[in-house]
Design a protein around this ligand. Structure first.
Ligand SMILES: [Cu+2]
Length: 522
């Protein structure tokens, strides 16, 4: 590793980070300090086969345009970030974590100039936005930005919603490089009094092992060079045991995720860039209706989120409206977003994001009056109440797509923890056979998980209609959790030509090769 990554050597593990090694997982606290590094695997994208610039221009012409332009500037580079008394030498946009909010209306031209201050190629991917393919911020559709170079992403969003942006290059997803992106609908009456944007993250950069060390550790551990993992793990066909086996190994498991919470135990879990003892406080008045926009920017952690003393009414999943549904808590995989409305009570209330299956919490505070919040490790009872998952919600009727299908696409999720060879349809990204679709087709896309890990699967450039196991419509999503041995089917309409990434949003699974493309061929 060259440049800044090489400075990631001071490890100041704090007492509160004593999270155990997850069963077959990896502790992000420098335990591999003496381990030999194996070569990084950097995937080579397959050759473009159907980028169709005319089609991209036509799709852009069909999007709404207000004539207004919103500009922003992002400067990815080395940064010294205060996580709340603990400083991390890391990578960030504009020296802040999260980076600056980007906000525009539907149809506005969004022009974001990126000056790459990193020592390696970067990009900015506009997660969830059904934008023009050549501004997606993922190669090969958009070229990466070389060190010292600049690029201006110029696009419009056809839909309002809660989105976010991050690089689509290597392991940069596990640094501080992320910003919230909010697209407003000016005709939306907005029945709320205050808005709270909440970004969740798992954190190691600058305080524990670097993401590169973690990845190399997972690869070498997978090859049997490190003890502590269950030799039966990752065996295809073993998923039947996946209903959580507390007490096995040193780590916790998650019933909601089907077994292991993730591959990595992090030193810290953050809400809006802060550790629990130094949590940020959102101030409102009692009785106000607060719209909370929850975004999971983590690399290997699902969060179960609850606001102490409150129920949450879920209104949107991945930007799209759902039939309003009350829950006590919500499960978010990496890349997922949920919007909720709460009616604020009087007092001080922790918003707690429990790292699912990892025995640790992140948090922020809601303050509407007097009173003090409980200690930093407090877990509100709401966390074990009614927990909303993808199966809980249904898109509102006006966003349901057509129910016919003339194409069946299959993405089998393959690989094992033992070999750390995560792939789609048995092929890592550098050997991927793209899925293909034609403009105008209505497709079903089936994710069939044949592994013993859960995977948050993300498709660029489209939103999908989840079909529940009983055949009824679920929510609209661009990122959906697929549990071990589970099959999840979604519908999509081919209305946005280009070459679109389809991948697991676990940063380590993705870098190992769990990624392919959906290519428009006509
Ligand atoms: Cu995965």
């Amino acid at each position: 590793m060259q440049g800044f990554h090489g400075q990631d050597s001071v490890m100041t593990r704090q007492p509160l980070t004593a999270a155990p090694l997850t069963r077959r997982g990896f502790l992000a606290a420098g335990v591999l300090g003496g381990a030999a590094l194996v070569a990084c695997s950097r995937s080579t994208p397959p050759a473009p086969t159907g980028s169709a610039p005319d089609g991209i221009a036509a799709a852009e012409a069909a999007r709404p345009h207000t004539g207004k332009t919103v500009t922003a500037r992002l400067s990815p580079g080395p940064a010294d970030i205060d996580l709340g008394g603990t400083h991390a030498r890391t990578l960030a946009y504009n020296n802040t974590v999260p980076g600056p909010l980007i906000r525009a209306n539907v149809g506005d031209t969004i022009a974001v100039t990126v000056d790459n201050g990193l020592d390696h190629d970067s990009s900015v991917h506009w997660h969830g936005i059904a934008l023009r393919n050549d501004m997606d911020g993922a190669a090969p559709a958009t070229p990466n930005i070389a060190p010292g170079a600049g690029f201006t992403y110029t696009f419009t969003s056809p839909y309002p919603g809660t989105y976010w942006a991050h690089p689509h290059t290597g392991l940069d997803t596990d640094y501080g490089l992320y910003v919230p992106v909010i697209i407003d609908d000016p005709t939306d009456p907005g029945r709320y009094d205050a808005e709270w944007i909440v970004m969740l993250d798992d954190w190691t950069s600058g305080v524990g092992s670097s993401p590169e060390e973690i990845f190399n550790g997972l690869r070498s551990m997978g090859m049997g060079n490190m003890g502590g993992h269950d030799p039966m793990s990752g065996m295809p066909g073993m998923g039947g045991m996946g209903s959580g086996t507390p007490g096995v190994g040193a780590g916790a498991t998650s019933d909601l995720l089907g077994d292991d919470g993730g591959d990595v135990s992090y030193p810290y879990y953050l809400v809006n860039g802060r550790i629990p003892p130094a949590a940020t406080t959102f101030t409102a008045k009692p009785g106000q209706r607060i719209r909370i926009r929850l975004i999971n920017a983590g690399a290997d952690t699902a969060f179960r989120v609850a606001l102490a003393g409150h129920r949450m009414t879920v209104t949107h999943t991945d930007g799209f409206p759902v039939v309003p549904t009350e829950v006590d808590a919500l499960l978010l995989g990496m890349g997922e977003r949920y919007d909720v409305i709460v009616t604020a009570d009087d007092g001080a209330f922790p918003l707690v994001a429990s790292a699912e299956g990892k025995n640790a919490v992140a948090r922020a505070l809601l303050s509407t009056g007097t009173g003090s919040a409980p200690d930093a490790g407090f877990r509100p009872p709401e966390l074990t109440g009614r927990v909303g998952t993808v199966d809980t919600f249904t898109a509102t009727p006006q966003v349901l797509p057509p129910t016919t299908s003339d194409l069946a696409l299959q993405a089998r999720l393959t690989g094992s923890m033992m070999d750390y060879d995560w792939a789609i349809n048995g092929r890592p990204y550098d050997q991927a056979v793209p899925l293909t679709i034609e403009q105008g087709q209505h497709a079903t896309l089936t994710f069939a998980n044949s592994t013993t890990m859960w995977h948050p699967m993300h498709l660029h450039g489209h939103t999908c209609q989840v079909i529940k196991a009983d055949g009824t419509p679920g929510p609209r999503k661009d990122t959906v959790i697929v549990k071990p041995m589970q099959t999840v089917t979604v519908r999509l309409v081919a209305d946005n030509p280009g070459i679109w990434m389809l991948h697991c949003h676990n940063g380590y699974h993705m870098d190992a090769g769990m990624m392919t493309t959906l290519n428009y061929t006509g």
